[in-house]
Design a protein around this ligand. Structure first.
Ligand code: KG4
Ligand code: ZN
Length: 401
């Protein structure tokens, strides 16, 4: 199955072992991402061909920010296809995501992504059991494209519609990566818009035990990267620059909110970095960008790691997972791994391409919601600030379809 055929787009060499195809069209990157394990399973079974009656296939759609994505996921864990159309190249010119451009690109790309996801999974819409879609949080115009697509598909096929919380999707990426992971576990969620410490009690049951009081971790990465001229997206660029820098060169502050709180605060750190840059510029002094990136990154990683490990100890939790775009950060992964080893804890982390936005994670979360009986109606709406962990809101927008 070749997703390039219908679009006439060029194949490129892959850079991540899970990216099985990477193509480009109008500055938009198309990627097909799968686990080796899932690819082998698909080859043995003929993709979805061997669907047993007890199997559940979810078609999942994600469009909350700047990635248009569609996936087919079997039983919440096995990825039959995972197509991402990334707009990063388009937004780079503006130094950040332009919501209007994102929405327009989603409209252009979403049908192609869904078609490619079904084709790669070797299935048609008839074989799907439910359609899962991210309905919040995120950019409202961007979310609406995915929600409208999912509603149209649900209406046309009569298949159930399941709205999914984007951050719950990020957490569920861990189920795809590690087929044996079961709740309860402690999960650090760090993305562009969220920094949460979540105790995952059971499938679909989340206790938020800490969250950011101001900037999200990813937001701090993006703002600092912009300030030192590294551009967008900031996280991966700081990550790369930090590899050449000294993390102990500059002693930036580690914010403590209160003694007993697991909340985060990154605005003080961000201001300290900006002050450092201003002072250097006022004095006409050069500063080492790599050292600054490494020192800033270490300050973020220290706080994220300390809170996560302390919370796991308090909850008597031996399993730690990470999720969200910042979870692909090399230093964070190394540091938490070390702490887990030292504390006899098991560390779960999705591979980097499953940390950043994708639809397979929505398919995993959607599967567990579907099994719990969650169904949404044709009045499902985009909810830009959808809260995490509130069971009531699962039925938000529900109607008798
Ligand atoms: O989860 P995500 O793809 O989208 C949201 O739901 O927000 O996260 C995007 C965020 C951006 O702020 C980006 O700079 C950050 O994740 N990020 C990273 C890395 N890769 C992406 N931050 C630090 N290190 C990275 N390697
Ligand atoms: Zn995300």
């Amino acid at each position: 199955m070749d997703i390039t055929g219908s679009n006439g787009i060029i194949m490129e060499n892959r850079t991540d072992e899970k990216i099985t195809r990477r193509t480009e069209e109008d500055g938009v990157i198309f990627m097909s991402i799968k686990n080796e394990e899932d690819t082998n399973a698909a080859q043995d079974n003929g993709a979805a061909g061997e669907k047993k009656s007890e199997d559940t296939l979810i078609l999942a759609i994600e469009s909350s920010c700047d990635e248009t994505a569609a996936a087919v996921v079997k039983n919440g864990r096995e990825v039959l296809s995972n197509i991402i159309s990334s707009q990063i190249a388009l937004h780079t010119v503006y130094g950040g995501v332009v919501p209007e451009i994102a929405s327009r690109k989603h409209v252009e790309k979403i049908n192609g992504c869904v078609r490619a996801a079904l084709a790669e999974a070797g299935i048609t819409l008839e074989g799907i059991d439910a359609i899962a879609v991210t309905y919040g949080p995120g950019l409202v115009g961007a979310l609406l494209v995915g929600v409208s697509e999912a509603k149209a598909l649900s209406f046309a096929t009569g298949k159930p519609l399941v709205g999914v919380h984007h951050i719950e999707g990020h957490i569920c990426a861990n189920y795809i990566e590690d087929k044996a992971l079961e709740p309860p576990f402690m999960c650090l969620v760090a993305s562009g818009g969220h920094s949460h410490l979540v105790y995952v009690k059971d499938y679909g049951e989340y206790d938020i035990i800490g969250q950011t009081r101001d900037d999200a971790a990813g937001e701090a990465f993006d703002k600092v990267a912009r300030a030192i001229g590294l551009g967008y997206p900031g996280g991966p660029k700081i990550d790369a620059a930090a590899r050449n820098g000294n993390p102990n060169a500059i002693d930036f502050p580690r914010a403590k909110t209160t003694e007993k709180s697991y909340d985060f605060s990154f605005s003080g750190l961000k201001s300290a970095v900006l002050n450092y840059i201003n002072q250097a510029e006022m004095k006409g002094e050069e500063f080492n960008k790599d050292d600054l990136a490494a020192s800033f990154q270490k300050a973020v990683v220290d706080v994220l790691t300390d809170h996560t490990i302390s919370a796991a100890k308090e909850y008597g939790c031996k399993k730690i997972a990470i999720a969200g775009g910042v979870a692909s950060n090399t230093a964070l992964r190394e540091r938490i791994e070390k702490e887990c080893e030292a504390n006899g804890m098991t560390f779960y982390r999705p591979s980097p391409v499953l940390c950043t936005d994708n639809a397979a994670m929505i398919g995993a979360a959607g599967y567990y919601e579907f099994k719990k009986g969650v169904r949404h109606g044709m009045d499902l709406n985009a909810v830009p600030n959808l809260p995490l962990g509130d069971r009531e809101r699962r039925f938000h927008g529900r109607s008798s379809k």
